[in-house]
Design a protein around this ligand. Structure first.
Ligand code: PGA
Length: 248
């Protein structure tokens, strides 16, 4: 049985004051939830958020990391640095990293391998552009992204990977894939995993949907059979919205 995971991706938002308010309200609002709740905040807030979530069932994630252990990589953060702050998850291959910072599948693969080596669970993001969807290339794109990112990830390690299907045209745009569309692609990702790792392992891996998830559409999306949770951007910055998504 896969436990639902709702992850908030704060992106480049938030400060000490807003974090305190948000986390305090969140802790109160999800007291009775069985859902695994995760906050992926900016690096500068990890320490603060780590302290604020102590004693709660909220987990801590980062939004990126470098694939090398250490060295002359100005501006980068290593897996060990995240581990030191009790970070359990890291978002990798987000479409904003791929599009704005030109991260390739091969870079994403190196990061996934390093995160797994260091016992940080990667949330691997994949998704097609609007143009690719319109040209009916969604499945080809998703298959390539998933397989390239998971090169050399073995059967023991894949269990610790979470995959997030985030159609690029749905991120921050207010447009959501319909629950049926989202479920179809998520189901397709499970098929890819089944072919690579076998049915038993593929049934254990959580696959999330992300892209304009909000209280109004969360219930329908999250009740779809193949969708095991959500990666939530904008709505995770508003305590009430995030709480109602978690309590879907
Ligand atoms: P959004 O972002 O919910 O604001 O669309 C999702 C994401 O980028 O992870």
């Amino acid at each position: 049985m896969r436990k639902p995971l709702i992850a908030g991706n704060w992106k480049m938002n938030g400060d000490m004051k807003t974090s305190y308010k948000l986390i305090t309200e969140l802790k109160e609002g999800i007291l009775n939830s069985d859902v695994e709740t995760l906050i992926c905040c900016p690096f500068t807030l990890i320490n603060e958020v780590s302290t604020l979530i102590k004693g709660s069932n909220i987990k801590l994630g980062a939004q990126n990391m470098h694939w090398e252990n250490k060295g002359a990589y100005t501006g980068e953060i290593s897996a060990d640095m995240l581990k030191e702050l009790d970070v359990e998850y890291v978002i990798l291959g987000h479409s904003e990293r791929r599009e704005i910072f030109l991260e390739t599948d091969s870079i994403v693969n190196k990061k996934v391998l390093k995160a797994l080596e260091k016992n940080i669970k990667p949330i691997l993001c994949v998704g097609e552009t609007l143009e690719e969807r319109e040209k009916k290339q969604t499945k080809d794109k998703i298959k390539e992204q998933v397989l390239r990112a998971l090169e050399n990830v073995d059967e023991n390690e894949i269990i610790n990977v979470v995959i997030a299907y985030e159609p690029i045209w749905a991120i921050g745009t207010g447009k959501t894939a319909t629950p049926v569309e989202a479920n179809e692609v998520v189901g397709f990702i499970r098929e890819i995993l089944e072919n690579k790792y076998g049915v038993d392992i593929s049934e254990e891996i959580r696959i999330l949907y992300g892209g304009s998830v909000k209280p109004e559409n969360a219930t329908e999306i999250l009740n779809k059979q193949d969708i095991d949770g959500a990666l939530v951007g904008g709505a995770s910055l508003k305590a009430n919205d995030f709480i109602s998504i978690i309590n879907f």
